[in-house]
Design a protein around this ligand. Sequence first.
Ligand SMILES: Nc1ncnc2c1ncn2[C@@H]1O[C@H](COP(=O)(O)OP(=O)(O)OP(=O)(O)O)[C@@H](O)[C@H]1O
Length: 255
Amino acid sequence: MDAPCNEIVLESSTYLEEDTNGSVESDDTRIVEVKNCHKTYLHGIEGVAALRGVNLSVKRGEFVMLYGTSGGGKSTLLNLIGTIDRPTKGTIKICETLISDRTPDSELAELRLKRLGFVFQTFNLISQLTAIENVELPLTLQGELAVAERRARCRQLLKSVGMEERMYHLPSQLSGGEQQRVTIARALVNWPDILLLDEPTGDLDTKNTELVMRMLVDLNKRYGITMIMVTHDIHLRNYADRIVHLRDGKVRRMN
Ligand SMILES: Nc1ncnc2c1ncn2[C@@H]1O[C@H](COP(=O)(O)OP(=O)(O)OP(=O)(O)O)[C@@H](O)[C@H]1O
C-alpha cells in the first residue's frame, strides 16, 4: 500500500524548518509580486489581451489557487510567474529578481532551474525510464552531484510522495495518480522555492485527485514550499490558503 501522506520525510536545508508544533515558521516576505501585468499575444496583426493589468502578491509558504472561466488568463499568469514568458507591460518579482520584457533569457533560465518547479496536467514522464530515473534526470543533466548523492535524494523524494515501493517501475506500470506523484517528486528535485502547478489533477479520478492534493498540502505546510496552482475545479478550493478568481484577463476576486 502507498505510504500515507502524513509520512512525508522530505529533508532540505533550504526549506523552512518545522517548529515544535509541526507548523512552518513562515516569514512575511512576498516571494511573488505581480504588478500591473499585461500580456498581449499577437495573432497576425491582431492582439489577444490575455492579461489586462493583473496585480498579485504571494507570501512565502502560501498555497494559492488561480481559478476561473476558460480563457480567463490563468495559464498565462502562471507562465509569467514561471518565467516561461515575459509580460508585455508591468513587472514581476520572483524571489527578489525583477522580471520585465527586457530581462535576459539567461537570467530567466537560472531562476527556473534554481527556484522554480513545474507540474502540468500531462505527466510528461519519459516512458523508457523508471520512476527514479525520471526524477533523477534533471540532476543527471546538470551533472553537479555524485551518482550516490543523486540516488539518495531521489529515493527520499519518492518516499516523500509515497512512491518508494514503485520507484523501479516504468511509467506504463503506474496509475495516473502514481505518475503524477513521480512528476511532483521530479519537480522538487532541485529544492525549488515555488512549485507551479497547471491543472495537476485534471487527468485524475476523484480518489487520486484527493491523494495528490493532500500530498501537495502536506509538502506545502511542512516545508513551506510556496504553491501556485491553476484549477478549473472549485471543489479543490478548501486545499488552498487563498483563491484568486481570474476572468477576462483581470483578477475579479480574491478570497
Ligand atoms: N500562445 C498564445 N497565443 C495566442 N493566444 C493565446 C496564447 N495563449 C493563450 N492565448 C489566449 O489568451 C487568453 C487566455 O488564455 P489562458 O490559456 O491563459 O486562459 P486560461 O484561463 O488558462 O484558460 P483555460 O482554463 O481554458 O486553460 C485566451 O483568449 C487564449 O486564447
